[in-house]
Design a protein around this ligand. Structure first.
Ligand code: CUA
Length: 377
C-alpha cells in the first residue's frame, strides 16, 4: 500500500470517527444531568490544563536563571569543550531533519486532505526512487554524525600530554579521595588544580563501581575496582565547579558529591604548600581544641582517619588539613562548627548507609572534637 492511499484511508477513518463522536455527543446533550457533568468535567480539565501549562512555563523560566555549577552547556575545559562542540553539531543535524520531516508531513496533510466530493485517490504501487531516497538520506545523516562522534571519542580517551599534573582518584562509598603522587598530597572531596595546566586523572575504586563526572570539565567516566580509567583535561577558567558520582553505587549515591577548585597557578602553589605542611601541632593547642585532640585519639576516630603524624587510618578521608576544605561529608554539609557538629552527632542520619558510625559522644566531647577539627587547616 502506498503513501497516498494510506493518507486517504486515515483521513476517511478520522472523518468517520468525528461523525460518530458528534452523534454520541448530540444524544448526550439531551440528558441534562449528563450535560452538566460533562460541562463540569470540561471546566475541571481546562483548569488542570492551565495549571500544567503554567507549571511548565514556570519550570522553563526558572531554568533560564541561576548559576548552574553542574551544567554541561558552559564548558570550562578542553575536554568539555569538545563534547559541547559535538553536541551542538548533532543538535543542528537533528534540527535540520526535524524541519524537513515536519515540513513534508504538514505539506502532505494539507495538500492531500479529504475534500467534499473528492474522488478515490489513485492507487500507486512501489516507487524505487522514493524508497532508495528515504533509506539513503538517514544513512548519510548518520555518517555525518558518526564521524565527529568517533573523532571526539578518540580525542578524549584520557591520554594526557607531557607535564600534566597527575591526580589519582579513588572512589569510596560515599566519598572521593584525591592523591597527588608527585606532590605527596592526599585530600578528599575537593580537588585543587591549576588553571591552564593539563591534568591527568587515573581513577579506581575501593569498593563498587562509581562514575566520576564534573559536567563543566568533561564527560563522565566509570571508576571501577581492579581497573584504572583515565580522564585528561586542561581547565581554562578559575573557579569552583561541581562534580557528582554518576553511577548508582548504593544508599548514598546521590550524596557522593565533590568539587574541583581551579586556582590561578600561584594560588595553586600556595594551596599545595599548605597541604604539604604538617598538621597543626597538638602542643600548640589549648582549651577545648586540646581536649578534642584527646577525644580523637580515644574515641575510635584514629582507626579510620589519617592525621599525619598522629593516626594512620585509611577507611575514611584524610583529615590532616580538613579545615582547609569548604565542605564535609562529600559535599553535603558546610565545613563549619555547625556542619561538623551535625555530622559527628549522627553520620548515618545525614548520609544514609554511611560507613562512619554514630559514636555516642557527650556534648562536651563533641564540642571539643569540633574545636580540634577546626584547627586542622
Ligand atoms: Cu558512587 Cu554513585
Amino acid at each position: 500500500m502506498k503513501i497516498g492511499e494510506w493518507i486517504a484511508r486515515i483521513t476517511r477513518l478520522r472523518s468517520r470517527r468525528s461523525r460518530l463522536v458528534s452523534g454520541i455527543r448530540g444524544s448526550a446533550y439531551n440528558l441534562s444531568t449528563v450535560k452538566d457533568a460533562r460541562i463540569r468535567h470540561s471546566h475541571g480539565s481546562r483548569g488542570w490544563t492551565a495549571a500544567l501549562l503554567l507549571a511548565a512555563v514556570a519550570v522553563g523560566v526558572s531554568a533560564c536563571s541561576g548559576e548552574f555549577p553542574q551544567s554541561t552547556l558552559h564548558p570550562t575545559a578542553d575536554f568539555s569543550q569538545q563534547i559541547d562542540t559535538l553536541y551542538r553539531t548533532i543538535f543542528w543535524w537533528a534540527l535540520g531533519v526535524f524541519v524537513l520531516v515536519e515540513a513534508a508531513l504538514l505539506f502532505v496533510i494539507i495538500r492531500y486532505r479529504e475534500r467534499p466530493g473528492s474522488p478515490e485517490p489513485r492507487h500507486i504501487h512501489g516507487s524505487t526512487l522514493l524508497e532508495v531516497a528515504w533509506t539513503l538520506a538517514p544513512a548519510v545523516v548518520l555518517v555525518f554524525i558518526a564521524v565527529p562522534t568517533i573523532r571526539t571519542i578518540f580525542r578524549t580517551d584520557g591520554t594526557a600530554p607531557e607535564g600534566a599534573l597527575a591526580v589519582e582518584v579513588v572512589g569510596h562509598q560515599w566519598w572521593w579521595e584525591f592523591h597527588y603522587p608527585e606532590l605527596g598530597i592526599t585530600t578528599a572531596n575537593e580537588m585543587h588544580v591549576p588553571q591552564g595546566r593539563p591534568v591527568a586523572l587515573s581513577m579506581t575504586s575501593k569498593d563498587v563501581i562509581h562514575s566520576f563526572w564534573v559536567p563543566k570539565l568533561g564527560g563522565k567516566r566509570d571508576v571501577m575496582p581492579g581497573r584504572t580509567t583515565r580522564i585528561a583535561f586542561t581547565p581554562d577558567s578559575i573557579g569552583e565547579v561541581y562534580g557528582q558520582c554518576a553511577e548508582f553505587c548504593g544508599d548514598s549515591h546521590a550524596n557522593m558529591r565533590f568539587r574541583v577548585v581551579v586556582d590561578a597557578p600561584d594560588e595553586f602553589e600556595r594551596w599545595s604548600t599548605g597541604q604539604l605542611a604538617g598538621p597543626t601541632s597538638v602542643d600548640s593547642l589549648s582549651g577545648p581544641a586540646q581536649a578534642g585532640a584527646q577525644v580523637f585519639m580515644t574515641k575510635g576516630c584514629l582507626a579510620c582517619h589519617t592525621i599525619e603524624g598522629r593516626s594512620a587510618g585509611v577507611l575514611g578521608p584524610n583529615l590532616t588539613h580538613l579545615a582547609s576544605r569548604s565542605t564535609i561529608a562529600s559535599g553535603i554539609l558546610p565545613n563549619d562548627a555547625e556542619g561538623l557538629t551535625r555530622w559527628l552527632r549522627d553520620p548515618p542520619a545525614e548520609k544514609p548507609g554511611s560507613l562512619m558510625p554514630k559514636i555516642p559522644f557527650t556534648d562536651d566531647e563533641l564540642a571539643a572534637l569540633v574545636a580540634y577539627l577546626r584547627t586542622l587547616n
